[in-house]
Design a protein around this ligand. Structure first.
Ligand SMILES: Nc1ncnc2c1ncn2[C@@H]1O[C@H](COP(=O)(O)OP(=O)(O)OP(=O)(O)O)[C@@H](O)[C@H]1O
Ligand SMILES: [Mg+2]
Length: 305
């Protein structure tokens, strides 16, 4: 969505990330799925002064290797020969290399051989290259070993939506920057900008926006899902707004039935006390009812938050 409305409300976070990149730290951006980790990373990579950048979007280990190899070759950090590519590629300009063929070739190589081809080449470079790898949430043990080896020779910037036990060793070496949900005023800006840009007709924009704020839980992807859904309609009336739901939204725990039952029990205690002549029960019931009425007010206030 940031390609439609731009990245909104993340200036400080992007600046923090850029500062860490400048310091040469390995960084992990964390936060739930759809919170905007990739978007923040993309923006920071644009703003940070980086000499050698290798960007990885592939989740597959082999896919990542091919990308690292290809980009290192393009950057002149490694030769086709060192990568173990067939002889016919050795003196070919990078642009002329058929990567489909190389892919097959690399797919046949073991991860160990690949690591041995890449690490020494990285170690040789004077300024550490920055490797931005979008997702470091789940890694196979082999990938883990590879990344740990890379950490000494490159600066790694990654994202993760979960802290998995298996990748803990990587996290220890990284500075964590948590991406938080967008606050209501920022959500408002996002929604307004989107409505403007896309020209969606909304009967009651304020109602619509406050609904998006509540239902999205501040998660940009959820905001986008709802906006996208609305964009398909010709006009959004109040009924449609009320029907809008998103999983990411704040879920309110409904205490109402429990409170009603508790109230009924306390009141019946009084009557049972009266009927059986049990004074204690009668008095307790009366006090209970008074307390209940007082606290009910606060309970409902608390639940609604
Ligand atoms: N601050 C923002 N302003 C506008 N759009 C945003 C903002 N943050 C994120 N987005 C948009 O929200 C969507 C989700 O963001 P993004 O893909 O960066 O999340 P993520 O945390 O990387 O998710 P995942 O864990 O699934 O990789 C994208 O379409 C992105 O463009
Ligand atoms: Mg992402």
């Amino acid at each position: 969505m940031d390609n439609i409305v731009g990245l909104i409300g993340r200036d400080e976070l992007v600046a923090d990330l850029v500062a860490e990149i400048r310091k040469g730290k390995h960084v992990i951006l964390t936060g739930p799925v759809g919170i905007g980790k990739s978007a923040v990373l993309r923006e920071a990579l644009k703003r940070a002064p980086i000499n050698l950048l290798i960007k990885l979007d592939d989740y597959q280990a082999k896919g990542q290797f091919i990308e690292i190899a290809r980009q290192m070759l393009v950057l002149g950090l490694v030769s086709a020969k060192e990568l173990g590519l067939p002889v016919k590629f050795h003196n070919l300009p990078v642009a002329d290399i058929d990567w489909k063929e190389v892919k097959n070739q690399i797919n046949r190589m073991s991860m160990r051989d690949l690591t041995h081809a890449i690490i020494p080449a990285l170690a040789r470079v004077d300024t550490k290259p920055v490797i931005a790898v979008d997702d470091l949430t789940s890694l196979t043990p082999t990938q883990m070993a590879f990344w740990l080896a890379i950490f000494d020779h490159a600066q790694v910037i990654g994202c993760a939506s979960e802290k998995k036990a298996r990748v803990r060793k990587l996290w220890w070496k990284m500075k964590e920057i948590a991406v938080k949900p967008l606050p209501p005023d920022v959500i408002r800006k996002v929604v307004k900008k989107y409505i403007e840009t896309k020209g969606v007709l909304i009967e009651s924009p304020d109602l619509y926006i406050s609904h998006v704020v509540k239902q999205s839980g501040g998660i940009p992807q959820a905001i986008y899902d709802m906006l996208d859904e609305s964009g398909k309609e010709r006009i959004i009336d109040k009924r449609k707004v009320r029907e809008m739901r998103h999983e990411a939204g704040v879920s309110y725990l409904d205490f109402t039935p429990m409170v009603m039952i508790l109230g009924a029990l306390i009141v019946s205690m009084r009557y049972v006390g009266m009927g059986t002549g049990d004074k204690t029960l009668y008095i307790m019931g009366g006090m209970g009812a008074a307390l209940f009425l007082t606290f009910r007010f606060f309970i409902f206030k608390g639940v609604g938050r």
